[in-house]
Design a protein around this ligand. Structure first.
Ligand code: ZN
Length: 201
């Protein structure tokens, strides 16, 4: 079969990216091949730099080039509320709505026994510590509106029950079973404003 080995290797690498199928990978590979060398050097440098410079903030577990991150350091933010999200990209979504003035905590996923993700795989201990240490009055559980996200929210609300903190959950109206990523800003803003206190057992 006709093939160009190094091109196949690149296509193969590109298909590992989320949302990139074989066809798109092929288009991208040929595009890369047609670019001048300095363009490719810039691309490779950008990929290397993001991997070398961006680390996890030791406080909120979000990606950051600074330690702690600019949100954790920002004294103008409301230090009495923490918005708990699954992934770093969720922080960007909420920041775009400008609804949340407080801090964040990135769990690094959601509890999913099927996929072997247990509470100890998530950054829950640090979150618990932050709530115990600080002046936190409200914890907003903004995990995804799917089964794993709901299970995680319930788990966390039980965990925080003995603590003197209000635990709220984003309002429904988000695409059920979906990912926060697919919610538009208006829907997300409504869900945030309409958040409800989680029931205590
Ligand atoms: Zn941080």
């Amino acid at each position: 079969m006709y093939s160009i080995r190094s091109l196949d290797r690149l296509i193969n690498q590109l298909t590992r990216f989320p949302g990139i199928g074989e066809r798109t990978a092929r288009r991208l590979a040929f595009y890369i091949l047609r670019q001048p060398q300095e363009e490719i050097t810039r691309l490779v440098d950008a990929i290397k730099a993001v991997k070398e410079k961006v680390k996890r903030c030791s406080v909120c577990n979000n990606f950051s080039e600074d330690e702690p991150c600019s949100i954790c350091r920002n004294e103008r933010r409301d230090r009495m509320s923490i918005c708990v999200v699954e992934e770093p990209q969720d922080v960007l979504l909420f920041e775009r709505t400008r609804e949340h003035q407080g801090l964040y905590h990135v769990l690094g996923g959601a509890i999913s026994p099927l996929r072997g993700v247990n509470p100890e795989h998530l950054d829950i201990d640090n979150l618990l510590q932050r709530i115990k240490n600080g002046s936190i009055k409200e914890v907003i559980l903004a995990t995804d509106p799917d089964t794993e996200g709901e299970a995680t929210a319930i788990y966390l609300s039980r965990l925080f029950q003995p603590l003197n903190v209000k635990v709220t959950r984003l309002a429904h109206g988000l695409p059920a079973g979906g990912d926060l990523e697919f919610a538009d800003e208006i829907t997300l803003t409504h869900a945030f404003r309409g958040r409800k206190e989680m029931e205590k057992e």
